[in-house]
Design a protein around this ligand. Structure first.
Ligand SMILES: [Zn+2]
Length: 609
C-alpha cells in the first residue's frame, strides 16, 4: 500500500559530504565539519492558527481537560511534584518510578505550547510554581534528578539504564518550550546547568556514557540552537558516536542488551531496526538533527536504510510500531500480531517526529504520508474523545478487555500526548527551495514574513481544500498529493491547472497576488486494503481506510455474531459523517474506538469466502 521505496533511498540534498571516521569520534568532533545538510525549514506552530472542524475540538479538549488531568495527576494523584519538593529539601522519600520527573517535564512542555497558542495567566502561574520547585531541586553542581537526590547521590551516573539523561533531555525540551512561549529563562538556566554538569562528567577525555534511553541527543541540539552554543551540539554528536562501540555494560542474560538499546553497532552502520521502539525513534531524530547541523551524511544513509526496514517490514497500517510487549519494541520482519500488538502511543508520536525530519531532507511526500498515518491513527488513538483517558498500548484487535485509563504508573504516553497535540501546527508547512510546502490539510491561517494564507477544508471528512493567498513571496506552491489519493484536481482562481507532480507534491509556479484562490480536490473514498502477503496474521483479511483514516469494527455497533463478521471480496461502501457501512457492517475510525460501551474491536476483518 506504499509507494515504491526504491527511489527515496537515493541521497540528493547535500551541500558537502563529510566522511565519518568510524574509529575516531574525537578527531571527528573537533574537525571543521559544520556545513550541515541542506533541508527545508519547518514553519513553527505559533505561526499557524488552527481553526478546523476535526482538530479544533481536540485542541479545545486538550486545553480544558487534558492539561487539568495531567496537572491533577502530577500534583494530587501521584507523588511526581512532591518528588521535586522533597529533592529541594534534600530529604523525604522518592515515590513512583525512577524516571517520573520526565512526565512532569513533558506535561510542562505541553502547558508551554498551550500558552504559546492561548495566553492564560493561571496556567502560566502554575508553570512558574513548578519551575520554582524544579530549580530548587537542582544541586549546586547542576545535577537534577529527584530519584537519585532522594535515594542516594553516591549511585548517580552508575547505571546507564536509569534514564538520568533521558530526564535531562525532557527538562531541556520543556525549558526551551517555556522560554519561547514566555521569554522566561529560569528553567532554561536549570537545563543549561544540567547540560554543563553532564559535559563536566562525560565527553572526550572524560567518562564514557551510552544513555540507555535516548532523547538527550535531540534535546541537546535544540539547546544548542536556542543558546547558540555549539558545545551542546558537539556533546550530542559525541553521545551518538559512543553507541555501538562496546562502551556500555549490560547485565548477563538481560533483555536490556545492546540490541534493545540500539547499541549493537555504531549508529552510522545501522541497517536493521531492533529493540525498544520509542528509544529508536528518539535516536533517529537525534541523528537527523545532528546530521542536519554537521553534514554527517552517513547518518542520513543509515536513516534511509532504517526507514525502509521500519516502514516496509515492521509497521502496522495505523502507523503503529514496536509490535512486541516483551521489549516494548521490534520483533521479526513481517511479524505483526493484531491482538498482541504493542504499538505504544509514544512510538507513533515518535514516527511523526522522525518522518517530519526525514521529509525536510528528502522533500518527498512519502514521509509526510507516514507522518499523517501515524498522527491520525496510531497517535490520536492514544487519547479518548473526552480528552481525559489514555491508551499506552494500541492493539489492532481486542477481545473487549483493553481500555483507556486515567493515567499509568509509567505515564510516558499521557504526557506525550499532552505535549504533542498543541504542537501539531508544526507539521503543516515548510519553506525552502523557492517554495511553500503544504504537507497536511486542516483549516488554518498561516502568517509568516514570506507567506500568509487561509486554508479551509473539512478534511479528513472531505478531500476539498481551498487556499486563499494573502501574501506569498515564493513563486512555487507545493501541495502534497497524499499516497492514498488516486484522483485529484487542482485549480487557481477557478481555472484548472495541469500541475506537474514532483515526489508527491503538485507544483504551481506563478507570481502570487493577494486574493488568489487555489482549490485542490482530493478524491476520498473508502477502500479495502490487503496486507503484504508475508504478514501471516492478516492472511485472508481486509482492512478499510478512507483518506488518512484507518477504520475498525466495534462490537457496540455490530453486536450480533461479531467474531464471524466478514467483508465481501468486492465491497461496496457507504460513507456518512465519519461512519462507513459495508454489507450491513458498521465501521468507525480506529482513533475513535473504545469511547462507548466496552467490547470487541478489529481492524483486520475476515474476507468473505
Ligand atoms: Zn509512552
Amino acid at each position: 500500500m506504499f509507494r515504491e521505496s526504491a527511489g527515496f533511498v537515493i541521497f540528493v540534498t547535500m551541500k558537502r559530504t563529510v566522511f565519518l571516521c568510524a574509529v575516531c569520534a574525537l578527531a571527528l568532533i573537533s574537525c571543521n565539519c559544520e556545513k550541515g545538510i541542506k533541508k527545508l525549514s519547518p514553519v513553527d506552530f505559533t505561526d499557524v492558527d488552527i481553526h478546523d472542524s476535526f482538530w479544533s475540538p481536540r485542541l479545545e479538549k486538550h486545553k480544558t481537560t487534558t492539561l487539568a488531568v495531567c496537572i491533577d495527576q502530577i500534583e494530587n494523584q501521584t507523588g511526581r511534584i512532591r518528588n521535586f519538593e522533597n529533592a529541594a529539601r534534600r530529604e523525604g522519600e522518592h515515590s513512583g518510578i525512577f524516571f517520573d520527573d520526565s512526565d512532569v517535564y513533558k506535561a510542562l512542555e505541553g502547558m508551554a505550547y498551550s500558552l504559546a497558542l492561548n495566553p492564560d495567566p493561571e496556567l502560566e502561574a502554575k508553570c512558574d510554581e513548578w519551575i520554582d520547585k524544579m530549580a530548587a531541586a537542582q544541586l549546586e553542581d547542576g545535577y537534577i534528578n529527584t530519584f537519585y537526590t532522594l535515594t542516594g547521590l553516591d549511585k548517580r551516573w552508575t547505571d546507564t539504564e536509569m534514564h538520568e539523561m533521558y530526564c535531562a533531555g525532557h527538562l531541556a525540551e520543556a525549558a526551551i518550550a517555556y522560554y519561547k512561549a514566555t521569554g522566561k529563562r529560569k528553567l532554561l538556566d536549570v537545563a543549561i546547568r544540567m547540560a554543563d554538569h553532564m559535559m563536566g562528567v562525560f565527553g572526550p577525555g572524560k567518562r564514557d556514557w551510552v544513555p540507555g534511553h535516548e532523547e538527550i541527543e535531540l534535546a541537546l541540539v535544540k539547546l544548542s540552537d536556542v543558546t547558540g552554543e555549539k558545545k551542546y551540539l558537539d556533546f550530542a554528536y559525541w553521545l551518538l558516536e559512543e553507541r555501538g562501540r562496546g562502551k556500555a555494560i549490560y547485565k548477563e542474560g538481560s533483555t536490556l542488551n545492546e540490541g534493545y538499546h540500539q547499541d549493537a553497532v555504531p549508529v552510522s552502520e545501522l541497517s536493521e531496526i531492533e529493540g525498544h521502539a520509542v528509544r529508536a525513534m528518539y535516536l533517529f531524530c537525534g541523528m537527523a538533527d545532528v546530521a542536519a547541523h554537521t553534514g554527517n551524511t552517513s547518518y542520513i544513509a543509515a536513516l534511509d536504510r532504517l526507514w525502509d526496514d521500519v516502514v516496509l517490514r515492521n509497521m502496522y497500517i495505523t502507523g503503529g510500531i514496536g509490535q512486541s510487549a516483551n521489549n516494548e519494541g521490534f520483533a521479526e520482519d513481517y511479524f505483526l500480531p493484531n491482538k498482541d500488538a504493542y504499538c505504544e502511543t509514544c512510538a507513533s508520536v515518535g514516527m511523526v517526529l522522525w518522518n517530519w525530519r526525514m521529509f525536510q531532507f528528502k522533500e518527498d511526500a512519502v514521509y509526510a504520508d507516514i507522518l499523517e498515518k501515524a498522527m491520525y491513527n496510531g497517535a490520536l488513538a492514544g487519547i479518548s474523545l473526552s480528552g481525559d483517558r489514555f491508551f499506552y498500548v494500541n492493539p489492532l484487535e481486542s477481545d473487549g478487555n483493553h481500555h483507556r485509563l486515567a493515567w499509568f504508573g509509567c505515564a510516558c504516553c499521557p504526557s506525550q500526548i499532552c505535549r504533542f497535540l498543541p504542537s501539531i501546527g508544526n507539521y503543516l508547512y515548510c519553506t525552502g527551495d523557492g517554495a511553500l510546502w503544504v504537507n497536511l490539510y486542516m483549516g488554518n491561517t498561516l502568517k509568516t514574513d514570506g507567506a500568509a494564507l487561509e486554508m479551509e477544508t473539512a478534511y479528513p471528512d472531505d478531500g476539498k481544500v481551498r487556499i486563499t493567498v494573502d501574501n506569498l513571496k515564493s513563486k512555487q506552491l507545493r501541495l502534497r498529493i497524499p499516497g492514498w489519493c488516486k484522483e485529484w484536481n487542482l485549480s487557481v482562481n477557478g481555472q484548472a491547472v495541469d500541475a506537474t507532480v514532483d515526489k508527491g507534491y503538485a507544483v504551481i509556479s506563478r507570481k502570487w497576488k493577494k486574493g488568489d484562490v487555489v482549490e485542490l480536490g482530493l478524491k476520498m473514498e473508502a477502500e479495502a486494503v490487503k496486507a503484504d502477503p508475508r504478514v501471516k496474521e492478516d492472511e485472508g483479511k481486509t482492512a478499510i481506510q478512507r483518506g488518512p483514516l484507518v477504520y475498525c469494527i466495534e462490537e457496540v455497533d455490530n453486536p450480533d455474531g461479531f467474531d464471524g463478521i466478514t467483508i465481501p471480496a468486492s465491497p461496496v461502501f457507504e460513507y456518512n459523517e465519519g461512519v462507513i457501512t459495508c454489507d450491513g457492517v458498521k465501521l468507525i475510525p480506529y482513533y475513535a474506538w473504545d469511547n462507548r460501551a466496552p467490547g470487541k474491536m478489529k481492524v483486520w476483518i475476515d474476507e468473505k469466502i
